[in-house]
Design a protein around this ligand. Structure first.
Ligand SMILES: C[S@@+](CC[C@H](N)C(=O)[O-])C[C@H]1O[C@@H](n2cnc3c(N)ncnc32)[C@H](O)[C@@H]1O
Length: 217
């Protein structure tokens, strides 16, 4: 599941040198986030952070919160750690493993204030739509890991994925849509621009951003 990809020498060096500072090994045991971050604070999870530039920016802009990033692509993890070191952030930890496993196994019930899912793989071919991460079972997992009042932020640049997200979330008894924006890259919702967003904009795509609030049952 880990994607080695092509790594630059500096990304390889970062993985070796900076992993002890920022990295968390995957295991099937629950993480004690207070022990991991050395404090009790609101926790933000980013799923599939890519090269991590936007994750590091969010962590740097909000030192009162702790940020946990999950990504399977090793070069992205290396890039993110280099950016984290140059921004001198101390409220960021990374896990290099499948996000569903991590959420199911390592994260406790109601441990997160916010989940960010920015530009998830769109799987544009119809026969691949079932691989899209936004599905009812995923929403159930997110709702279980969010604390009361927690929020799920999603963005995409694929019109067909936006329709899918609207449909799956409209059917969900677990989340309310608190905010929805369709824009040209000029109105990101409580987030910095991301690498894949810029790539989509260069192709002439529009951008959709949502903030869903967990419904307290
Ligand atoms: C289209 S990219 C978007 C990256 C970044 N969020 C951005 O906007 O630039 C999707 C990312 O999700 C990661 N990804 C896909 N499935 C994943 C999973 N199950 N667990 C963790 N990361 C995953 C991919 O490796 C990829 O980096």
């Amino acid at each position: 599941m880990r994607r080695a990809g092509r790594m630059t020498a500096s990304q390889q060096k970062a993985l070796a040198e900076l992993w002890p500072e920022y990295g968390v090994e995957y295991s099937a045991a629950r993480l004690d986030l207070d022990a991991l971050f050395g404090r009790h604070a609101p926790r933000v999870l980013e799923i599939g952070f890519g090269n991590g530039d936007s994750l590091v920016q969010l962590a740097s802009d909000d030192p009162a919160s702790d940020f946990l990033g999950i990504e399977v692509h090793d070069p992205g993890i290396g890039h993110c750690m280099i950016a984290a070191r140059s921004a001198a952030v101390s409220n960021l930890k990374l896990i290099g493993h499948d996000a569903i496993d991590v959420m199911e196994q390592q994260l406790a019930h109601a441990c997160l204030a916010r989940i960010n899912l920015y530009f998830p793989d769109p799987w544009p071919k119809k026969r691949h739509h079932k691989r899209r991460i936004v599905q009812p079972a995923f929403l159930e997992l997110c709702a279980g890991r969010l604390e009361p009042g927690g929020s799920l932020h999603i963005a995409t640049d694929w019109a067909n994925y936006a329709e899918h997200i609207d449909a799956v979330l409209a059917e969900s008894p677990l989340f309310d849509c608190a905010e929805r924006r369709e824009h040209a890259g000029d109105r990101p919702l409580q987030r910095p621009p991301t690498k894949f967003e810029r790539r989509g904009l260069r192709k002439g795509h529009r951008i959709w951003d949502w903030r869903f609030e967990k419904i307290d049952l």
